[in-house]
Design a protein around this ligand. Structure first.
Ligand SMILES: C[S@@+](CC[C@H](N)C(=O)[O-])C[C@H]1O[C@@H](n2cnc3c(N)ncnc32)[C@H](O)[C@@H]1O
Length: 273
């Protein structure tokens, strides 16, 4: 298989997830009918990425648009961008029914500069995004090309240290690689998604890449960004393994493990003038 085959498999996989997620309690789209509602993800991060009122923003890998619409509600003029047309159809419908305008454009992240053909004051992404991309340096180049001079970048992602983990008989085991080559992705064949609901994923084969924080940071620096803040967090936005416990919309490791491992990280950066 080559890169185009991986992207196509992942696109079909995410198309299948879109309907499952739209109907799920996890995403709870009806909450967005309240014009003041923000996604938990954006609510947590808004003070970290700063004021975006009136700023032209792009949300890379926006999926069904819940965070994109939340950015729009904070005053950004936002474009959501994603490879999955079915995800974008849900996002457009949500934007319409929730009365919060946003633009949604289909395409591969790596084609974003040419497909969008403009620059932005804020580039936002994360929460299960970069793990679908083989080449982190090429991704950082895209981020840099999309940013206008002085523009800000914000990412919150699953911590690469958790990517290798699986739960077996109530214990965490290291099953998958931390480091692996671009041409050797980790492949999954799972017909259920990370949300509730009993919908099945028909195109169950998907391909992922783990990106160490050092690779992400070095790629951003190497493509001209200045890192302002790097943080690590003790919670996740999804249930990675069955032993995790939910508290107020976030997933934590059980008490004995909670202070022993990071689960997410976030980066705020900017492109100098
Ligand atoms: C977990 S979601 C993004 C997270 C978002 N925070 C959410 O939960 O709603 C991952 C998204 O990445 C998109 N995606 C995967 N590979 C992509 C690529 N190469 N280019 C653009 N989008 C891609 C998928 O279609 C999916 O909508």
């Amino acid at each position: 298989m080559d890169e185009e085959d991986w992207f196509e498999a992942n696109r079909l996989n995410w198309d299948d997830r879109a309907g499952i997620h739209a109907a799920s309690r996890t995403y709870a789209l009806e909450r967005y009918l309240d014009p003041n509602h923000l996604s938990g993800v954006v609510e947590f991060d808004r003070h970290r990425f700063g004021d975006i009122q009136g700023v032209a923003a792009v949300h890379l890998q926006c999926h069904i648009g819940t965070d994109t619409i939340s950015l729009a509600r904070l005053g950004a003029n936002v474009v959501g961008y994603d490879i999955s047309e079915r995800s974008l159809a849900v996002a457009r419908e949500l934007s319409l029914s929730a009365g919060t305008p946003a633009e949604f454009v289909e395409g591969n992240v790596y084609d974003a500069p040419s497909r969008l053909d403009r620059t932005f004051g804020f580039v936002y992404t994360g929460v299960g995004a970069v793990n679908w991309l083989p080449d982190i340096d090429r991704w950082a180049r895209v981020v840099s090309e999309l940013l206008e001079p002085g523009g800000r970048f914000y990412l919150r992602e699953g911590h690469p240290a958790i990517f290798p983990l699986e739960e077996e008989d109530g214990r965490l085991v290291h099953r998958y690689p931390f480091w692996h080559e671009q041409h050797d992705p980790v492949s999954w064949d799972e017909d259920v998604s990370y949300t509730d609901g009993d919908g099945r994923i028909e195109h169950s084969r998907a391909f992922e890449w783990n990106h160490p924080i050092s690779s992400v940071v070095n790629a951003l620096i190497g493509n001209g960004l200045v890192i302002d803040v790097l943080d690590e967090h003790d919670f996740l936005e999804w249930q990675l393994v069955p032993m995790m416990v939910e508290e107020q919309g976030h997933w934590y490791m059980p008490p004995g493990l909670r202070d022993k491992m990071p689960l997410m990280y976030s980066i705020a950066a900017h492109k100098p003038d």
